[in-house]
Structure formats: C-alpha cells, structure tokens
Design a protein around this ligand. Structure first.
Ligand SMILES: [Zn+2]
Ligand SMILES: [Zn+2]
Ligand SMILES: [Zn+2]
Length: 753
C-alpha cells in the first residue's frame, strides 16, 4: 500500500472528552504518524501512513462515548515524512475557547476494573479515566488542569503520575485520577457524627436494607437514599423532606429496573448513556414498590448507578433505591459537607473528602418520538454550550423565570445554559443562583453587557439584575421566551407559528397568560391568538388550590346555579367566600393559562383539587387519559369549543368543552382522554386559521404543558395530518428551565454581528 497524508478537521463535542488521547491511541494502532491538536473549531489531525483511510474510518465510527462528531472534513495533502505521532499544545491560549466537559458516567472499562480483584483499583470508589468521572463539578477555574480542580489537595502517587503522563494510557491527563495510595477516601457517620468503622459501603447498604435513610455524597450534591418498597419508610422520607406527593427518583441497575417498568431500546440507550439522566419509564401493573414513590403516576423515574460508589452499593443491594436530592421542599440541593443539616435529614451519612465545587442536580427526561425529551437539563449535559446560528458582539445574561430557574450566558454564538437552580422564591435559592452566575462568569471569562429578565414585576430576577453595574437591562415576555428557546434549540431564523401552552407567565397587558399563539421570528413574536380569559380568584392561591378556580369556571358556565353552589359548598366557608369573590369579580386576575384548564378539569372530575407540587393535577389527568387509551379504546368524538375574533385577536374558548366534560356520563378515564383530544383539535384548528392568514407552515410547540407527552403526541399527529411542519423540544426543557435560553436568543437578535 502507498503512504499518504490527510488533514482531518473534526467539530462537535471533541474537547475535554478524551478525544486527543483516543486519536493518539488509534494512530499508534494503525501505524500512523503526524499530530493531533485542539483548535478553535474543534480538533485537527494530520495523519500519514499506509492505513490512513482505515484510521479515519475508525475515528468516525467509534469515537469516545461522551464525544459527538457533528462534522468532519478530510483532504489529502503533501507527505511530510513525520517520524512519530504527537499530541500538540492548543493553537492559542484563548481560554474562553476551551470547553468544559459535563460530568460523565463511569465507563465500561472502569466498571470492569472496579470488580477485577487483580486490578490495583479493585473496589476503589473513586475510579475514573479520560472517558469518565467528574468534570464540571470539580473545576475551580480554567484551564482544566489538575491544579485548578478540587483534586489539587491530593498529590499523585508515582504510579498514578506515570499513568497521567503516558499518552498511551487511558488515564492520560485524566484530571481526577487517583488510587488507594493517593486519592480521596470514604467516611461513614451516624447522625450524631460518630464515625463508624468497617467497610463503609457495606455498612451503608446494611443500614438501608434495615430501613434507614442515608445521605450519600454524589457528583453534584448529596442524595437521600432509602428503600422504595416500604410505605412507612417512604412516608418518613416525605415527612422529613416536607414533600407531600411529588414523585421521587429511583436508582437501580438495568436488570432490576426491568422488573418494575416496561423499557424500550431507546430508553435503555438513554439510561446507559454517558449523561445517565433519570428517565421516566412506564410502570408495570404490579411493581412491588410503594405507591407513595410516585402517587397516581403511570411512570417511575429511574437512573442507573452512575458513579463507582453507586455501583459498589448495588453489590450489596438487590432492590431499587430512592435517590432524591438532599434538601427540604423547594430549597436548593445540599452539596457542601453541611453535616448538621444532613443529620437532620437522615440517619447516616456516607461521605468523602473530594469536594464538590458546583452543585448539579440529576437531569430528568423521557423518551418521546424515539428521542430524549428533557424536563431538566443538568448533570451530564451542562456546561456544554448550545450553538446559535447568529453571532453577537454583546455578552448577554438571561436570568430565566422563577420556577425551575436556569440562567444562560451568551458569548458570540455559544450559550452556556446553567444547571437546574430551582425555585427562586426563597433567599437560599437566590443566593445559590448568584453564586452560580459568578462561577460561570469566572470559568468562561464572560462579563455580561446585557441582562435579560422576565416581564413579571415581582420575580426575583429583578433583584439579581440589580447586582450588575453598567449593564443594559431588557425585559422579555415569558411565553415569547418559551417559543424562542425552541427556535434557539432548532437554530431557526425563519418566521414561524409559535404555540405556547403553559402554566403561568406575566402578559403584556398585566394579565396571567399561558395559552398563546404567536407569529414571527426570534427577534419579534406577535401575539395572534390566545385561550379565552377567565377569572382567577385570589391569584396565586388558586393556582395551588385549583378548586377556587373551578368555582369561577362553574360560575362562568352555569352562573350562580345549584351546580356552582353545591360544588362550592364542598369546600365549606372558604368555598362560600370564593363564590362571593367570583360574583363581585374582585381580588383576582384574568388568565388565559392552559395549565389552569387542566387543573380545573381534574378538580371538576373530582380526581383531586390541590396541586401539592407544580403540575400535579395536570399529570393526574394525563394518567387517567393514558389509562383509557392504553386499554386500546378508540374514540372519535370530541367536546365542543369555540373560536372567534375579538379586536383583531383570535380567541379559543374551551368553556363549552369543560361544560361537556361535566355533563358527560362516561368514565373519568374517557372524559380525561376526550378532553386531551379536544384541546389538541382546537390547537390544530387555530394553527390552520393562522396559516390561512399568514401562509406560515412551521409550528413550534413549547411551554410547560407540553411536558404532557400525550397532549404533545396528539397535537403533533393532528398538525402533521394538516401538513404542518412540527417542531418540539428535545435537549431543552419545554418548561421554565428553557426560559433563559429564549431570553438571550431574543435579545441577541438586536446585536447581530
Ligand atoms: Zn473510565
Ligand atoms: Zn495513586
Ligand atoms: Zn412557563
């Protein structure tokens, strides 16, 4: 064979993920000389030898698990007669171009070594390599090099140092490298902080088996863990966490998960991916787990053991474990060694002396349409940037909304979307967000010129924005941000129809929006249509206590009739007071929220009346509807609704449908399903009307209500039947976790380079 030389440029997720050592090892295997180096765009390789083509084929077909080749280009060039293959230093020292890898699930090689008695890291709870281990959560500042991580306090032993400096070793430049001789250690305490000696992991497993609740230090914070098959234990955890009904996440190896849930190939792939998110899986009829893990839900959220500590724990345990963030109600996850707090939340603490520098909750998603559909983009995904197809000259910081908050930092064409921060309605979470913003500014060397906030006058992101001096502040309406977050995810610059079905967002007119139709592009969206305004008595309280809104809806449909009165009477004196408020239309706001529609249907069907967590009633209604359709029931009928025009605005009135839901004598399941179907049809009809006027054929679906994958499925099917192009989220949450991305993309439109 003839010797040739190729220049290969590769872009995608190829930095900080062990890509260069992988290229090096592959080159040696194929007798290739030349070099590899990081560039601004990605990785550049020059390869010379007889096997260049098979070398390229190998790189493209079997890249490291966490990497992702988006594009590559090869070109034959002059032979240079290189003698060796080298890893060259990066092209320039511009730190802001170096990307930080997300934290990566333990890889198969490390899993094998972990349980190999011959290996020097046999059962070592901090085993990792270039392909796996903590990254984002251990970084102090850039460059990503050992002295700038929390591993700087552990001096490498000679054996580790040899591995670290040998390009042929799979631990070459693995910053968290360590072993029994030189690395972090485990500790096990009771909740009086008495040290317990012995095999710490076995001790923890024994205590869990006996019914205790254990704090376990993980990658991005502490988990609370306990058995999931005992009502009393789960109830105790709920009391401790002050969490009434919100589902808990579970952890188990795949084999165990299969005993409790139906799993598709795509779900297995997602569970086993390097991101290892929590995946919502359809629960089997009989699971043997406590119903209190996820009351009323058709899905259980499972992840697989993703750190060596978890893997070792499951050597002693053969049942699923609850693994929920260590915190109380909506407070942020505990990630520092705050033992006094942890001992109030748990009976024992399994900890270690490797610091966590950034908190990072587990990511959560589901498989929809054979693809990942994230509800929370956090550990395993961040801080990898989202690439926009426009470049700006300004650095823009978006502060998100108030629920499920994230922030986004835009620099040129890259958006660094933050980890999940949570509800910023309490001082602890606001402080947490401020700290995280400072950390991002530091590690990415970005100073914002512009800060974007939600239009809501009372959201705390106004307070956070005040901390920034000499910045321009922009406001963006909540539902425009939802749609634009999806435009950013899909790199869309065209004109579209945006459908935002959501819970709560402050509207241009001071009312609470949440069922909105727009046309336009990422720079400017015009409201074209919305759900009919109805009266939400006592504002925010009625969002939680949906029965309050139901009284208002009944009043709207039936007036002050017997039906309305007898429903109100179920709630005693407060019911009477709400009736009066509704009669006088005082103390409340108008809302076009789609989330509230789901609330009130669930409440009027008397399935449940109170949201103990955001989206509880809508999720219950979804469960009922799914239970109907999963039994292979077929229905063709829908309820009534009205579309009309008022002052140049189209109005979708779903009150006739709610009246039909109430009057219908079919089963609750069927009524829940027909409601879903009706709403999907009405959304589709509205899109047809808008297309008629605007000739726009692309529909973009966003907003928290589209976490309901039954609704999303039905809307998608119906729109496609009408020949619309339909776009929905995948890696960016449809809920408020995506708002900050929409904020920066929208304002970027004003400053395109
Ligand atoms: Zn590994
Ligand atoms: Zn060592
Ligand atoms: Zn929203």
């Amino acid at each position: 064979m003839k010797k040739i030389r190729h220049k290969i440029s590769i872009t995608g997720i190829v930095q900080g993920v062990g890509f260069r050592p992988f290229i090096y090892r592959t080159a040696i295997k194929h007798n290739i000389t030349g070099f590899v180096k990081n560039t601004k765009e990605g990785v550049l390789v020059e390869a010379e030898g007889e096997n260049v083509l098979s070398f390229i084929k190998h790189i493209i077909s079997e890249p490291p698990s966490i990497s992702e080749i988006i594009k590559y280009k090869t070109e034959e060039i002059q032979i240079k007669n290189s003698k060796s293959f080298d890893i060259l230093e990066s092209e320039n020292g511009d730190i802001s171009d170096v990307l930080i890898s997300p934290d990566i699930t333990i890889c198969n090689n490390c899993r094998a070594e972990l349980i190999d008695p011959e290996n020097r890291r046999y059962l070592y709870p901090f085993i990792n390599c270039t392909d796996c281990g903590p990254r984002f959560t251990i970084i102090k500042s850039l460059p990503y090099d050992r002295p700038y991580t929390c591993m700087n306090v552990f001096a490498m032993c000679d054996t580790c140092k040899n591995e670290y400096t040998d390009p042929e070793n799979r631990r070459y430049h693995a910053q968290p490298i360590s072993c029994y001789n030189c690395g972090p250690e485990l500790f096990f305490y009771d909740n009086n902080m008495n040290k317990i000696e012995g095999d710490h992991i076995k001790n923890a497993a024994d205590k869990i088996r006996d019914g205790s609740i254990i704090s376990i230090k993980g990658i991005g914070g502490y988990h609370l863990s306990c058995r999931a098959d005992d009502d009393n234990i789960v109830k105790r955890l709920r009391d401790i966490k002050k969490r009434i009904n919100k589902p808990f996440a579970l952890m188990a190896p795949l084999k165990l998960i299969e005993e409790h849930c139906h799993i598709s190939q795509e779900e297995i792939k997602a569970l086993k991916s390097a991101h290892s998110p929590i995946i919502l899986l359809k629960k089997k009829k009989k699971t043997g787990l406590s119903e209190m893990v996820a009351p009323g839900m058709n899905y259980l959220g499972f992840m697989i053991p993703y750190t060596p500590i978890h893997v070792l724990l499951f050597r002693f345990i053969n049942f699923p474990l609850i693994m929920t963030s260590a915190n109380q109600s909506e407070e942020p996850i505990i990630f520092k060694d705050e033992f006094s707090k942890l001992s109030r939340l748990s009976d024992y603490i399994l900890t270690n002396n490797r610091s966590i520098l950034s908190f990072c909750d587990d990511s959560v998603g589901k498989i929809f349409n054979k693809n990942i559909y994230l509800f929370r983009r956090s550990r395993g995904y961040i801080p990898y940037p989202i690439k926009l197809n426009v470049k700006t000259e300004k650095n823009i910081l978006g502060l998100g909304g108030m629920q499920k908050t994230t922030f986004s930092m835009l620099n040129r064409d890259r958006v660094f979307l933050s980890q999940y921060i949570g509800w910023t309605d309490n001082p602890a979470t606001i402080t947490r967000e401020k700290e995280a913003i400072n950390h991002y500014m530091n590690i990415f060397s970005i100073k914002p010129d512009i800060v974007v906030i939600d239009k809501h006058p009372n959201y705390p992101n106004r307070i956070i924005a005040e901390d920034f001096k000499n910045v321009e502040i922009f406001e963006l309406q909540h539902h425009r941000a939802h749609i634009i977050s999806l435009l950013a995810e899909k790199s869309e610059t065209d004109t579209v129809i945006g459908v935002a079905m959501d819970g709560t967002g402050y509207g241009d007119d001071g009312q609470i929006w949440g069922g909105e139709f727009f046309t336009g592009d990422f720079k400017n969206l015009v409201r074209i249509a919305h759900l009919k305004y109805t009266f939400l008595p006592t504002g925010d309280r009625a969002i939680k206590e949906a029965w309050r809104y139901s009284i208002s809806i009944l009043h709207e449909i039936f007036g002050a009739s017997d039906k309305t009165q007898s429903f109100a009477e179920m709630f005693g004196n407060p019911g009477k007071i709400i009736s009066q408020i509704v009669n006088n239309k005082q103390n409340g706001v108008l809302t076009s929220s789609c989330g509230r529609l789901f609330d009130t249907v669930t409440s009027l069907l008397e399935i449940s009346h109170v949201n103990t967590y955001t989206g509880e009633l809508p999720s219950l209604l979804q469960s009922y509807a799914e239970n109907f359709i999963w039994k292979n029931n077929i229905v063709k009928n829908t309820y009534n609704y009205k579309i009309f025009k008022e002052k140049e605005m189209y109005i979708l009135d779903m009150l006739p449908a709610i009246a039909d839901v109430i009057e219908d004598s079919s089963s609750l399941e069927k009524r829940a399903y027909v409601f879903h179907r009706t709403l999907s049809e009405s959304i589709t009809e509205m899109c047809c009307i808008i297309r008629e006027e605007s000739s726009i054929n692309k529909t973009y679906l966003s907003g928290g209500v589209f976490q309901n994958t039954l609704l999303l499925y039905l809307v998608k099917e119906l729109l496609e039947k009408e020949n619309f192009e339909v776009y929905f989220h995948s890696l960016i949450p449809a809920n408020d976790g995506g708002i900050s991305l929409g904020q920066v993309y929208a304002i970027a439109g004003k400053f395109i380079k």
